[in-house]
Ligand binder design. Structure first.
Ligand SMILES: Nc1ncnc2c1ncn2[C@@H]1O[C@H](COP(=O)(O)OP(=O)(O)O)[C@@H](O)[C@H]1O
Ligand SMILES: [Mg+2]
Length: 217
């Protein structure tokens, strides 16, 4: 077995249709596997999540429901190492993407976050034009090499996010000038522009569920 490959679990497999806890849910064809994930804030003084083990299947849509403060955002931030950006936050346990532990020392978070994209709860467009909000990540990741490729990808992403018709005549205006719901869709367009393998959406409004439904949650 490859050194970093996710180990096979020996214990009981919970059928997918019968999932009712976040304790020990497993699927055979997992895209991501979380094992005993615990998260601490304040340099270990506060435990926000206690030993969550959960598989996310390939092409599976998973929604997490729970009261405010129960750790939903904390958990999904583990999946693309966004908690790394929070001072005093520590993540324990193992999280595999395609069998590779994303917390291994040799994992570069920049390509990881392109593979596991995130739409934040609060829309946060860059202080740039609508066009550049969407073009930014494909440019840094080298997915586009010229103007026409960039234009094509920006249009395709905005169409997929259900925003194209509303913004096609004002692509050079600031993204921050859009309405809240439009900004949320702009952020979805920005996320899907790099073709992430997994999409994490933190309480994305129901009105924009369609582009999300086609990917991972
Ligand atoms: N940056 C942070 N620093 C310290 N504690 C935090 C931070 N973010 C979240 N928490 C705490 O972790 C717990 C889970 O929060 P959160 O993941 O935001 O819950 P949810 O998204 O389910 O509302 C809460 O008790 C919250 O106060
Ligand atoms: Mg939250």
């Amino acid at each position: 077995m490859e050194k970093n490959a996710a180990p096979k679990r020996s214990h009981r497999l919970v059928p997918k249709d019968n999932r009712n806890t976040v304790g020990e849910n497993q699927v055979d064809n997992f895209k991501m596997r979380c094992e005993q994930v615990s998260v601490f804030y304040d340099n270990g003084a506060t435990k926000a999540i206690n030993s969550v083990s959960l598989d996310i299947g390939d092409n599976e849509v998973i929604a997490m429901i729970g009261p405010s403060g129960c750790g939903k955002s904390t958990f999904i931030r583990c999946l693309n190492r966004m908690n790394d950006t929070i001072e005093g936050c520590k993540v324990d346990g193992r999280i595999y993407l395609d069998g590779k532990n994303i917390y291994d020392k040799d994992v570069d978070v920049v390509p990881l976050r392109a593979r596991v994209g995130m739409v934040f709860q609060k829309p946060n467009p860059f202080p740039k034009s609508i066009f550049d909000n969407v073009a930014y990540a494909p440019r840094i990741h080298g997915l586009v090499t010229n103007k026409s490729e960039t234009e094509e990808l920006v249009e395709k992403s905005l169409v997929r996010a259900g925003l194209w018709n509303e913004v096609k005549d004002r692509l050079n205006q600031p993204g921050t000038g859009l309405s809240g719901g439009q900004q949320q869709r702009l952020c979805i367009a920005r996320t899907i522009a790099v073709n992430p393998e997994v999409i994490l959406a933190d309480r994305t409004p129901a009105g924009v569920r369609d582009p999300i439904a086609s990917g991972h949650y």
